[in-house]
Design a binder for this molecule. Structure first.
Ligand code: PGA
Length: 255
């Protein structure tokens, strides 16, 4: 078995892994709440974190987990989508988490995909400032795209990039085509936290499920650390926990 210089946790299924991740987030949130301070969460969308959110909702409903002290910032949003569009990340977060827990609306922040074009740079700077004003992200939840992206930081994104407007990679748009009823309706651009924004989080959880992600996960964890696979940069982070299922791990050398 190969030694990894990061914390790799392999589970038989995404469900088992998601329960553990949700419990760790819930424990951190409960601890902060008991100290009457906030926990700042960086949150992801897509199919990857759905079971984590489902479990957090269950803990809220059944085990008194409160989100009153949570401040959430989402990674990204498609440019041009109304918040109410069924594929917007604003809507995703509402559907999967925010409408089902007791988070205060002002603490459930998703980038606005409808910012007028000429206001985007100021909007992105303000997004960064808001995160800093809250004391920075305590826990960042991440998935990985088959392009190697984290957030929507596609190949070519630099390690110190900040929140900005980006063009989506073809691989990313193809993977979203089903959800949008065809590739032509997939937005071409998005607003995303940068790699630098993500790496500034105190703790990172990277979640990866399924064999479709096996090749890019192997590149991210065992290939060079560079801009061709932005997810590889998380190996430079001092506190990253990687949760994968067996299928996602099948191309890792030494497993
Ligand atoms: P997915 O996307 O969770 O829908 O696989 C992950 C990502 O693109 O980061």
């Amino acid at each position: 078995m190969q030694e990894y210089d990061f914390n790799l946790n392999v589970f038989p299924s995404s469900r088992e892994a998601s329960l553990v991740v949700a419990k760790e987030i819930a424990d951190a949130l409960s601890l902060r709440s008991s100290e009457n301070s906030s926990l700042v969460l960086g949150l992801a969308t897509g199919s990857t974190p759905v079971l984590v959110y489902e479990e957090l909702v269950r803990l809220h409903l059944r085990e008194h987990l409160s989100f009153k002290k949570a401040k959430c910032f989402n990674l990204d949003e498609y440019l041009g989508l109304e918040a109410t569009h069924p594929e917007s990340y604003q809507e995703f977060m509402k559907r999967n988490l925010f409408s089902k827990v007791d988070i205060l609306p002002e603490n459930a922040v998703v980038p606005n995909g409808k910012v007028p074009y000429d206001e985007i740079p100021a909007y992105c700077e303000n997004y960064e400032a808001k995160i800093k004003d809250c004391g920075g992200i305590d826990i960042q939840v991440l998935g990985i795209g088959r392009s190697g992206h984290i957030g929507f930081n596609e190949p070519g994104s630099s390690v110190d990039s900040s929140t900005r407007l980006v063009a989506l990679d073809d691989v990313t748009r193809k993977d979203a085509a089903n959800d949008f009823g065809g590739i032509n309706d997939v937005p071409t651009h998005a607003i995303t936290m940068g790699v630098g924004t993500i790496l500034a989080a105190r703790k990172i959880y990277l979640l990866v499920w399924g064999k479709a992600k096996a090749a890019i996960l192997a590149d991210a964890l065992q290939g060079p650390i560079d801009e061709s696979v932005p997810a590889s940069f998380i190996r430079n982070h001092p506190d990253v926990s990687i949760f994968i299922d067996e299928a996602a791990g099948q191309m890792l050398v030494g497993r």
